[in-house]
Design a protein around this ligand. Structure first.
Ligand code: FES
Length: 95
């Protein structure tokens, strides 16, 4: 979470702009494949955070994944499938 004024002059990515031409971002597909969501309330934040993590840390450890998503509360999944989805997306990015 940032104040809007802190984003002045920076690019802002939203979930609506995440898909790539011709298909989903690998993070989006991995969340589908690994059942990384249930109600979907936390999912936009999870997806955007996962994409940021993989863009800055292409081969994250479990601890790095859990640290990256620590500020996002998911009341549904227990996080295991979310971590698994991010690991799968990392593998897809590397392929
Ligand atoms: Fe429901 Fe995360 S999927 S809060």
């Amino acid at each position: 979470t940032v104040l809007a004024v802190m984003a002045d002059g920076h690019a802002v990515r939203t979930i609506e702009g995440m898909a790539r031409p011709g298909g989903l971002d690998p993070v989006q597909q991995a969340f589908i494949d690994c059942h990384g969501l249930q109600c979907g309330f936390c999912t936009p934040a999870m997806l955007l955070t996962a994409r940021w993590l993989l863009d800055t840390t292409p081969d994250p450890t479990d601890e790095e994944i859990r640290t990256a998503i620590a500020g996002i509360t998911c009341r549904c999944t227990g996080y295991a499938n979310i971590v698994r989805a991010i690991q799968k997306a990392a593998e897809e990015d590397a392929a």
